[in-house]
Design a protein around this ligand. Structure first.
Ligand SMILES: Nc1ncnc2c1ncn2[C@@H]1O[C@H](COP(=O)(O)OP(=O)(O)O)[C@@H](O)[C@H]1O
Ligand SMILES: [Mg+2]
Length: 461
């Protein structure tokens, strides 16, 4: 799918904008703080109704906007039809319309902030699809995006919560049921941890716990099974893309691994030199490859693996009921610890995900042994795998949003990334420095200058 037209009213630093867009590569260039990322944020807001940057949506309302609301309006061409989405974010506090305190109308902040999609009624937001008011949940899978920001570059070595968020954002975009379950699960977690604390303080008897164990397990099981299934599928695409993105490094690795020195990983962990541009060839000579034609790793070649690491220890059976029953059993064993901590210690909110590289000598964990550059290649591969997964699930290709990532990558990785996304339907990229773009990609792109909340088609050449 692709955005045909983006209209903004009092969104961030845009009082008004009406921007026609074409398929293919779109480059927003301009100095810092001019509104480039705000444009990508607006596009992603149409897909998920949430900002990928803040958890308080009313921040997106332009300061001093007379109407105290921001509107994002998009016309999206899909494979079979054209979709019109409108999201209005209201700043009720500023408009003085809130007699009640914000705390009275929003659900507790921690679990909600962790949710990629807003639970219904929690935010002052209005969504219209093709002119008809809808719940935020109804937008799921209608318009999809894959967002890649500098923050995503440390997906591999960063906090586990970041990896869970990645899983949830992807799954929520394609599976409304997953998203609903996740939202209910967050509520159960809140209730259950409050109960655990009351039990710890002696204010409540533990007899109420089995009910909440059941609730937790019933919701946790489909979330875990959904994550495991997604990872199994994404692994295939991620391995293929990673092999293509990292072929030079991988060749070095295999050589090191098959050599006499056993501790090649020490060297490998500190190969900052390898993050330097690896090729002096002109960037326009980029290989004519793209995501779709990347070959899978050959047998014996290093292969990227995505390993789901749930907090639950035991076989991940595909049967929801069996898994739920096993979770209930483990919760019994954890009873004392949970009460002592006053916290939920088991469930998908404690899951993690590991990135392994299978070498002839055995698997290594890239969070520990990967160089920064390698971890970035893995993050890129994962995002492109996410895109393929969403396309396979929904039948429409998501829009790829690359926010300021070129500056974070070396020349070779920039070239490889642009080659990998060359055939995608629509890619929006922001950069302060168009010189960081391979010339061939710049030549085929639609380039816009962004300055102080104004967007102008850049002069050709
Ligand atoms: N709610 C808002 N109202 C008006 N301006 C805003 C608002 N939120 C952010 N801005 C402004 O937007 C600019 C940042 O835009 P951004 O898209 O992040 O810049 P960049 O071009 O560096 O990506 C800053 O000048 C900031 O002051
Ligand atoms: Mg920016």
């Amino acid at each position: 799918m692709h955005v045909e037209r983006l209209r903004l009213t009092d969104f961030r630093n845009y009082p008004r904008l009406d921007l026609p867009l074409t398929p293919g590569l779109i480059v927003f260039q301009g100095r810092n703080a001019q509104g480039k990322s705000n444009l990508l944020e607006a596009v992603s807001l149409l897909a998920t109704t949430r900002s990928f940057r803040t958890s308080t949506d009313r921040e997106t309302v332009r300061w001093g906007a007379a109407g105290h609301f921001a509107r994002v309006d998009g016309t999206i061409a899909r494979r079979r039809d054209v979709l019109h989405v409108e999201v209005v974010v209201m700043d009720l506090a500023a408009s003085g319309a809130t007699a009640t305190t914000p705390a009275a109308t929003t659900t507790p902040s921690a679990p909600v902030a962790a949710l990629p999609l807003a639970p219904p009624g929690a935010l002052r937001k209005r969504v219209k699809v093709n002119g008809t008011p809808r719940r935020a949940m109804d937008l799921i899978g209608q318009m999809t995006v894959v967002v890649f920001t500098p923050r995503d570059l440390d997906l591999v070595a960063g906090e586990p919560s970041q990896r869970r968020r990645f899983l949830d954002l992807t799954l929520c975009q394609v599976r409304p049921a997953y998203c609903r379950t996740l939202s209910q699960y967050q509520k159960v977690l809140t209730q259950r941890s409050a109960l655990l604390r009351r039990i710890r303080e002696g204010e409540e008897s533990p007899h109420a716990l089995p009910y909440w164990d059941e609730q937790l397990a019933r919701l946790a099981a489909p979330i875990m099974i959904g994550r495991a299934a997604f990872l199994a599928q994404a692994e295939i695409a991620a391995a293929r893309v990673y092999t293509a993105l990292a072929r030079d490094e991988l060749a070095d690795l295999v050589e090191a691994a098959s050599g006499s020195a056993g501790d090649f990983t020490g060297d490998f962990a500190d190969d900052s030199a390898r993050d330097e541009p690896t090729s002096n060839a002109p960037e326009s000579n980029a290989p004519e490859s793209n995501v779709r034609t990347f070959d899978a790793p050959e047998p014996g070649e290093p292969r990227l693996r995505l390993e789901y690491r749930p907090s639950y220890k035991g076989p991940l059976t595909v049967d929801e009921h069996v898994l739920a029953a096993a979770l209930v059993e483990q919760l019994k064993d954890l009873r004392r610890r949970e009460i002592a901590q006053g916290a939920n210690v088991l469930g998908p909110h404690r899951d993690d995900l590991a990135f392994l590289l299978d070498l002839p000598t055995g698997p290594i964990d890239l969070a520990t042994y990967g160089s920064r550059g390698q971890q970035r290649s893995v993050a890129l591969a994962l995002k492109l795998a996410e895109l393929e997964y969403i396309e396979a699930e929904t039948g429409d290709q998501p829009i790829l949003l690359l926010d300021d990532v070129l500056s974070e990558l070396d020349a070779q990785r920039r070239t490889d990334l642009l080659a990998a996304v060359r055939d995608l339907e629509q890619v929006m990229l922001t950069t302060a420095d168009t010189a960081s773009l391979p010339a061939a990609d710049l030549a085929r792109a639609q380039v816009f200058d962004v300055r102080g909340g104004r967007v102008r088609r850049a002069a050709a050449g």
